[in-house]
Design a protein around this ligand. Sequence first.
Ligand code: FES
Length: 112
Amino acid sequence: MVRFYKVYDFSKHGQVPQEVNSLRTIVIEDKKICLAHTQTGYYAVDNRCPHAGAILSSGWCENEDLVCPVHRYKYNLVTGRGKQGDYIETYPVEVRTDGVYIGLKKKWWQFF
Ligand code: FES
């Protein structure tokens, strides 16, 4: 089960709260997530590169790929698949009428 967290509120942050072709670090419940805004929408992925641990939100977008700033490995923002065969985790993003939401799997204690 997924719980969605509002990360941008359009009434506070405006209709385009993050520039197109930009990356930001978003912290939800102590978890750091890289939020990308591209020409095709918003994408949320892990913020740590699986290769050597670089901060992915310090990288950049090339179409639907996220480029790691250290060794420039590329990860697809939709699938999380790296060109080298490794993966980063992806998270669901919903753009609703009032803002942008990222979904995280509920932890067991959140069911009670
Ligand atoms: S740390 Fe990201 S590609 Fe090496």
